[in-house]
Design a protein around this ligand. Structure first.
Ligand SMILES: *Cc1c(COP(=O)(O)O)cnc(C)c1O
Length: 394
């Protein structure tokens, strides 16, 4: 008897439904034109917004740090794994974001989960957007605080939940993604911040998809909306536009020092290799010195969205480079993604449980380094695959 037999049965069921995820294997560097599964395709499936994964200054920084400091840090941050490069990166990010302090985690996921679980306990309350990222949800669960979910971007409902929570005793955290990762829409931060202030709640924003994308030089949604000093906790990622790996938390000196004491991934998981820290330091220089990359990202976004809409595709509620093409059922989204791959484009099909049932889509993200020719070829592939699958009139 195989006690794990049920896993195979579940996999067979997903296979029969057409919703089993297959892993595409990237055999080149992550670039606008990349080789997946032996095929050169236009890559519309990365979070490499600014093309920094292959930026020469970042490559050089990584190599130099490796030569000088080796490939690993040797310990968790609190034992002996805090290297001068880690401190330099945190100071750099804090200056960039104009906040008192910053702490870097191994990933955006651990930054969210580690922070929420550290600062709240069972007596506390969390008011959270229904479409917040999985790492926020896990952090909320780990904190054992009471979780109150409001409908996506529904500020009135958020207020009801905040009002009730603030009567119940305990601390209250109001938390939202800055940019929502599956729909590409922007959180209603000015209104949420006002509510947090009215009810005395802590305001926290997860800017994973806004870091390097929105705000001056990519400073994120707090900068985009001019909310400086009014959001107590800002999370960003180093794994998307920054091009490497990691997550960071920005806020007051006390918040950062508290996370040094109680942030579990910080305490119990080894810090980044020197190459990663050095890469990220160089990336923040690039954000300051090459703002034209962000300009090009938004120009490409505008063009690609406009053309998709003109073709008759439904791009949902996107306001950012994340542009979903809505399909409906998960199996259809996966079939559309497969047809696009045949036409030379990688765009991932996304279905339940990542997005609600019936709202499956193919998600695209253009980057600053896609050329107009790449985008036109991709649009042609969308036309052909869309007709083949009956998403567009023949
Ligand atoms: C990608 C993502 C994260 C996780 O970031 P990683 O650095 O990849 O772990 C967190 N929040 C949101 C909204 C994201 O899209």
């Amino acid at each position: 008897m195989n006690p794990l037999a049920y896993l195979g049965e579940q996999l067979d069921a997903w296979r029969a439904e057409g919703t089993l995820q297959r892993l595409r294997v990237l055999e080149s560097e992550c670039a606008p034109l990349a080789r997946f599964d032996g095929r050169d395709v236009i890559n519309l499936a990365s979070n490499n917004y600014l093309g920094l994964t292959t930026h020469p200054l970042l490559l050089e920084a990584a190599l130099e740090a490796t030569r000088r400091y080796g490939v690993g840090s040797g310990a968790v941050r609190t034992i002996s794994g805090t290297m001068s490069l880690h401190v330099e990166l945190e100071e750099k990010i804090a200056r960039f974001k104009n906040v008192e302090g910053c702490v870097v985690f191994q990933s955006g996921f651990t930054a969210n989960a580690g922070t929420v679980s550290a600062i709240l306990g069972p007596e506390d309350h969390i008011v959270s957007d229904a479409l917040n990222h999985a790492s926020i949800i896990d952090g909320c669960r780990l904190s054992r605080a009471k979780i109150h979910v409001y409908a996506h971007k529904d500020v009135a409902q958020a207020e009801e939940k905040l009002a009730a929570a603030s009567q119940a005793g305990g601390r209250v955290l109001l938390i939202s993604d800055g940019v929502f990762s599956m729909d590409g829409d922007i959180g209603p931060l000015p209104k949420l911040v006002e509510l947090a202030e009215r009810y005395g709640a802590i305001m926290m924003v997860d800017d994973a998809h806004a870091s390097g994308v929105l705000g001056r030089n990519g400073r994120g949604t707090v900068d985009h909306f001019g909310l400086h000093g009014r959001v107590q906790i800002q999370v960003g990622t180093l794994s998307k536009a920054i091009g490497a790996l990691g997550g960071y938390v920005c806020g007051s000196r006390d918040l950062i020092e508290f996370l040094h004491q109680r942030g579990r991934p910080f305490l119990f998981s080894t810090s980044h290799p020197p190459a990663v820290a050095a890469t990220c330091i160089a990336a923040f220089d690039v954000l300051e010195q090459e703002p034209q990359r962000i300009g090009q990202l938004w120009e490409n976004t505008r063009y690609f969205k406009e053309q998709l809409t003109k073709e008759g595709f439904d791009t949902g509620v996107s306001e950012t480079p994340i542009t979903p093409v809505m399909v409906g059922e998960a199996a259809a989204a996966h079939a559309f993604s497969a047809a696009l791959f045949e036409e030379g484009v990688l765009a991932t099909g996304i279905g339940f449980p990542t997005v609600p049932k019936g709202k499956a889509r193919v998600r695209t993200i253009v980057t600053a380094t896609h050329t107009r020719e790449h985008l036109d070829r991709a649009l042609e592939a969308f036309r052909r695959a869309g007709r083949k699958l009956g998403l567009l009139a023949a």
